[in-house]
Write a protein of this length. Structure first.
Length: 211
């Protein structure tokens, strides 16, 4: 099993609730499957560019015009995307460590998704719809937030946003361990909530090792 671990939290581990979950997850995963291979991608150490017109032309124009030849400028614009797409395609499992900011995923994580969900690279699109060009079978989201959000809450841009993004390329197995209620001004039980989420993350690690 090869895991791609995308980290979208800029805080040091001692301060980051979502990183406490990822530490618990990977400890359990490696205990159950010692031979697991993990590639870590810290987005704040290797930030993605924003999706631009040159990137769009490079990947989408050939979808509608098979004879289209990308320009040198367009080829230069997609160097980051090409590397990230390869990391994505090498993985069996995608693990995302992220906080919720302003009811959604950090912009840096959205920018990364924009760089890897590319036609004719990680998926194909045509008359028969969208087909996956990758082997990822499962996504694990290890999240934290100041507030609390039940499934179906329209303010939840973490679960909904990530499920929609990966679901487009055929990944239906998405599981979440979430340290909610971490704002101490509103939740006196924030420490207990975090401890429960850490246990849930460990359980997900054990389960993922057996999938």
């Amino acid at each position: 099993m090869h895991v791609l671990h995308v980290i979208a939290n800029p805080k040091p581990a001692a301060e980051a609730n979502s990183k406490a979950l990822s530490a618990s997850f990977f400890q359990a995963l490696k205990a159950k499957q010692p031979g697991v291979s993990v590639t870590e991608l810290d987005l704040y150490a290797n930030p993605p560019p924003f999706y631009d017109y040159s990137t769009y032309r490079h990947y989408w124009y050939p979808v509608f015009d098979a004879g289209y030849k990308p320009t040198d400028q367009e080829k230069a614009a997609v160097k980051y995307a090409q590397k990230q797409c390869e990391l994505f395609k090498q993985a069996d499992v995608l693990v995302i460590t992220t906080p919720m900011w302003n009811f959604g995923m950090p912009a840096i994580l959205k920018a990364w998704f924009d760089q890897v969900l590319m036609p004719n690279v990680t998926f194909s699109i045509g008359g028969e719809g969208v087909k996956a060009l990758h082997k990822i079978r499962k996504v694990v989201v290890l999240a934290s937030s100041g507030g609390t959000y039940e499934p179906g809450d329209l303010r939840d841009g973490i679960r909904n946003g990530i499920k929609a993004a990966v679901g487009f390329v055929g990944i239906k197995d998405v599981e979440v361990a979430w340290a909610q209620g971490q704002n101490p001004f509103f939740f006196q039980d924030h420490a207990e909530r975090k401890a429960k989420a850490v246990v849930e993350a460990a359980a997900l690690g054990t389960k993922t090792a057996g999938d």
